[in-house]
Design a protein around this ligand. Structure first.
Ligand code: AMP
Ligand code: ZN
Ligand code: ZN
Length: 400
């Protein structure tokens, strides 16, 4: 008798769970790499403007350093790079005796670098299906498992932008039991054009306008799905883009003695791995350099939330926005990111429309990108893992 009651209550629980996930809306989050917040003011973006009118608009701040891999993994986990471990696009991990770099497929796919719990794993643990189309780290075999549907960034040629949209639509046309409740969709632009041509260029303007049309097309195709009224669309990014020029550089060699240094990684910020006992000399040598701030790892100002992870350089050298910490002189003017996330050039566009969002609401306070993970967990009706962000900081975006 007891056994029958136990089975009955288990069945009730399962039925309630199935009903709860069936009632939950669907969410597509699109990341347009390097989409500066003010591109919509600089260029012609009728669709992104209409998203602001129909839904919500806000300014989002990246985490430090404002680079692609650290920030996409922050969006996925709600943890700042210092806490999730992807502390830069490339770094030295002395504990493991390994070097990580986004350009090295084997290192990039090594799960031991990735801490925290990305949303696709949180969802999987709670029985909710997800799909990722080239989202950073979603093609890495993490111990908690892969998204239900995912695309491998190592497999070339990559899908075209239009094919990625086809793939997202096809996922939403699947039978209900197979349909993902979350789709995370990544596009490499406008980062690429912003680097080559600077954020203020007609080439960048053209790409911004193409992306506006592309996401408009996605929305048109969403709007004719049988589940159209249940789909949220979020469009955002990982960081902004600042103009750079060869006459705004700080030359490393001029200030640092080779015998102090094990390795200098990256120019923005520069991660300086020092020989034992040399970190103070490096900071001292860089302390009076114009357009540069340099700190020992443990002295990095607290607002950057960076400095406890041993993968970070012993000294971090951060140039002012628009400046590079590099010996290179023969590069063309263009754009770069990695700067202080509080600088407006690094800020990111955030737009969202759909049944869970308010209509015509412009949020006035900027919010940190660590809030995206708890926001997605809320939209999926699942419990987030502990993280650095908070739903409370973004719940004014939600329809009541
Ligand atoms: P960056 O501008 O250096 O911060 O990095 C941007 C680059 O990251 C883009 O050009 C992409 O090619 C690359 N990228 C983005 N997502 C992935 C991924 N999932 N796997 C490998 N590389 C990626
Ligand atoms: Zn990026
Ligand atoms: Zn970039």
């Amino acid at each position: 008798m007891k056994k029958i009651r136990l089975i009955a209550s288990l069945l009730c629980l399962i039925a309630a769970f199935v009903q709860a996930t069936a009632q939950q809306n669907y969410t597509i989050i699109v990341s347009l790499d390097g989409f500066r917040n003010d591109y919509t003011a600089m260029y012609n973006t009728p669709f992104f403007d209409s998203m602001a009118q129909q839904g919500v608009s806000a300014v989002m701040m990246p985490s430090f350093p404002s680079k692609t891999f650290p920030n996409h993994y922050t969006l996925a986990t709600g943890l700042v790079p210092d806490h999730h471990g992807i502390v830069a696009n490339s770094f030295l991990d002395r504990e493991q005796g390994k070097y990580y770099s986004l350009g090295d497929a084997a290192a990039r796919n090594d799960a031991s670098f990735y801490g925290g719990e990305p949303i696709w794993i949180t969802a999987k643990r709670q029985g909710v299906k997800t799909a990722t189309i080239y989202w950073v780290a979603s093609d890495v075999p993490l111990p908690g498992g892969m998204p239900d549907y995912w695309w491998n960034y190592n497999k070339k040629p990559l899908l075209t932008f239009e094919q990625r949209i086809d793939a997202a639509i096809a996922l939403l046309k699947k039978p209900e039991a197979e349909r993902p409740h979350l789709i995370m969709l990544y596009f490499e632009q406008p980062d690429e054009v912003g680097h080559h041509c600077s954020p203020y260029s007609k080439e960048t303007g053209k790409v911004i306008e193409q992306l506006d049309s592309l996401i408009h097309l996605l929305n048109v195709r969403l709007s004719v799905l049988p589940i159209a009224s249940k789909v949220n669309l979020i469009v955002t990014s990982d960081h902004g883009m600042a103009p750079i020029s060869p006459d705004r550089t700080v030359a490393v060699n001029k200030y640092l003695k080779p015998e102090w240094i094990e390795k200098v990684d990256g120019d923005l910020p520069g991660q300086i791995y020092c020989r034992p006992g040399c970190a103070d000399k490096v900071v001292e040598a860089l302390s009076k350099v114009p357009h540069l701030r340099a700190w020992k790892r443990e002295d990095i100002p607290s607002y950057l939330c960076y400095g406890t992870n041993p993968r970070i350089g012993d000294v971090v050298a951060l140039p002012d926005a628009g400046w590079l910490f590099t010996d290179k002189v023969d590069f063309s003017p263009g754009g770069a990111h990695g700067f202080d996330p509080t600088v407006s050039d690094m800020h990111v566009m955030f737009r969202a429309i759909g049944p869970d969002f308010r209509h015509g609401y412009a949020k006035t306070e900027k919010f940190a990108n660590t809030c995206i993970y708890p926001l997605l967990a809320h939209l999926l009706g699942i419990t987030p893992a502990p993280c650095d962000g908070s739903l409370n900081l973004v719940d004014d975006l939600l329809a009541k």
